[in-house]
Write a new protein. Structure first.
Length: 593
């Protein structure tokens, strides 16, 4: 008995220390933000730039930029710093209040979560296995294609030189870098091995989707949601991409499942195990991609909303009393662990990511939702249709007393789009892959609701028609993607084979364009040089050496004056000997004789 009280006291001491840490952090950020509003240039030059320069001496951040030109964007986010500090302080006080109100509550004897079907029949077993096999085939087709720009960057800068403590970078998916590092060490280095973690996790997501949805809704909706994920062009594409997007989608789904299980089903026997698993997957999720922060935000807001609703007159939600502070403790500990693993340059790297996101991609609109569903650029009309379907599903969930699930979907999908739109003005669609499973769950729920309005004999006919319609919407993106399955999104492999086959030892190999460093990955017999405009002109005029010029992303050369000048000279004086069309960029190879 004494040991029990010691355990309780240690737990209370640990939680109290975390609360004090959170409150102290919030106060510091609040004061720092206020001071920064008053003296922004002083803070920038005395703290931010020196901090970035110090840590950049040992990290990848040095290879990109630590100049004032980038970090002066700190001035653009000054107003948000005191706001973040204020929110952290409020969160700490609410957590403290919740901790003080803990009391044990017994569960009603009839409490359960959609346990209408306790045993999965043979039909559903065969169906989910079949769907998983189909999903595997669809994700295998492009597995051996040539690596493209972002994949080569990931391999050369993050996977092969993997470091346990690494800066948070736009292209550094820490967890995938670690998995890719292990994959290469165990099986060797080629395209399939490099993409193997993304491929496996993309396949695993299909049966996981079924298991998650059937637990909260029904087997029918679970099977339908897994089928939609199976044929999703957006998910197929990123399951063949050697970066952490399929990892982000899977971990977001699993973490959300455990979070909702803890909230809705307070079985004392399972609570401790589920909290432990939730902490592990939260840490891994945060390490998969920085946009996992939106999943964390949705979970925090869901907890705080329940906390506030329970205190309204004549209102009673399922509630957190009795263990809510334990759940918050797990979340905070997981986030702190992830931050420690990321390394000491967390703040400078986040500033740089904000600067990059601010001008990346296109402005968020309804078309964003359409792209997630259809896997390709769509019109605002289709975005409006899909948004309306999702809203219809959320309304139905709310009406059927599944308010917490509806609330969580709103916080995890809708709120991040609004915040990013306000703060960054633009974003990359692939960052939002974490929301894809939630959108497909809402779509599957809407399909089932619509089909149930018909007689039983017609329901499966209607569902089949809806699935075929969804597949037809995926077809343009899938066909565009699969037509490059032999060469790849950018065929650097063919470029390397061409030059290694015909170039002599004394030839000069150079490259220009956004992906100017990528050809070196596949060119094994020669060293790629990066000549400036004067050096390239001199070599062409002298004509003593044979020059090979690889042009990557020619459509964007207008952004770089020096590369454009070299390209114009190459078109006039050199011969085009290799043209390799790609899904994202065409690659051109010129030679002077």
């Amino acid at each position: 008995m004494d040991g029990y009280f010691v355990k309780i006291n240690l737990r209370a001491l640990f939680i109290k220390a975390l609360i004090i840490l959170i409150l102290s952090l919030g106060v510091l950020i609040l004061l720092f933000g206020i001071f920064n509003l008053l003296f922004p240039h002083y803070i920038l030059h005395k703290f931010i730039l020196p901090l970035a320069d110090i840590f950049s001496q040992i990290g990848h951040i040095r290879q990109t930029s630590t100049s004032e030109l980038i970090y002066r964007e700190w001035l653009g986010i000054t107003i948000y710093i005191p706001l973040v500090g204020f929110m952290i302080v409020i969160f700490g006080f609410i957590w403290h209040k919740l901790e003080n109100e803990i009391r044990e509550e017994s569960l009603p004897s009839n409490f359960n979560i959609n346990r209408n079907q306790q045993r999965i029949n043979l039909f559903y077993i065969i169906a989910i296995i079949s769907i998983t096999i189909i999903g595997t085939i669809l994700r295998t087709i492009n597995l051996n294609q040539s690596l493209w720009l972002d994949e080569i960057t990931t391999v050369t800068q993050f996977i092969k030189p993997f470091k346990f403590w690494r800066y948070l970078e736009l292209g550094d998916h820490w967890l995938y870098s670690f998995l890719g590092f292990l994959s290469i060490k165990l099986f060797g280095e080629n395209e399939i091995i490099i993409r193997l973690p993304a491929f496996i996790l993309g396949i695993v997501a299909i049966p996981v989707m079924y298991y998650v949805v059937k637990d909260f809704l029904s087997q029918e909706e679970g099977l339908l949601a897994s089928g939609l994920l199976c044929v999703s062009a957006f998910h197929i594409h990123h399951s063949n991409d050697a970066r952490g997007y399929s990892t982000l989608a899977l971990l977001s789904l699993v973490s959300s499942f455990l979070f909702l299980r803890i909230i809705l089903n307070r079985n004392p026997v399972k609570r401790q195990k589920e909290c432990l698993l939730f902490g592990i997957f939260t840490t891994l999720g945060f390490l998969s991609h920085f946009y996992y922060i939106w999943v964390l935000l949705a979970q925090y807001l869901t907890i705080l909303t329940i906390f506030l609703v329970e205190r309204l007159p004549k209102k009673k939600a399922i509630g957190l009393r009795g263990y809510g502070s334990g759940l918050l403790t797990v979340m905070v500990t997981a986030v702190l662990t992830a931050c420690i693993i990321y390394g000491p340059a967390f703040i400078p790297a986040v500033i740089r990511k904000y600067v990059t996101w601010k001008g990346a991609g296109e402005p968020i609109s309804l078309k964003f939702v359409g792209q997630l569903f259809a896997g390709a650029t769509t019109t605002n009309f289709w975005g409006f249709i899909f948004t309306a379907i999702v809203l219809f599903s959320l309304v139905d969930l709310w009406r059927k007393q599944n308010k917490i699930l509806a609330l969580y979907l709103i916080f995890s999908v809708g709120l991040p789009l609004v915040i990013v739109r306000i703060i960054c003005k633009a974003a990359q669609i692939n960052y939002f892959i974490y929301a894809l499973p939630f959108l497909l769950i809402a779509l599957a729920h809407s399909m089932v609701i619509f089909a149930r309005r018909f007689r039983t004999s017609f329901r499966y006919v209607i569902l089949s028609a809806l699935i075929i319609t969804f597949i037809s919407i995926q077809l343009p993106a899938l066909l565009f993607y699969y037509q490059h399955y032999k060469s790849g999104a950018e065929d650097y492999r063919a470029v390397g084979q061409l030059i290694d086959k015909f170039a002599k030892k004394e030839d000069i190999i150079c490259s220009i364009g956004i992906g100017d460093r990528c050809p070196q990955y596949y060119i094994k017999k020669h060293q790629v040089k990066h000549l400036n405009e004067h050096e390239f002109f001199r070599e062409v005029e002298l004509g003593k050496s044979r020059i090979w010029l690889v042009v990557t992303y020619p459509d964007f050369l207008h952004l770089y004056q020096e590369s454009r000048s070299i390209y114009e000279l190459a078109r006039k004086r050199l011969k085009l000997v290799g043209y390799f069309p790609g899904a994202f960029s065409d690659l051109l190879v010129y030679v002077n004789r």
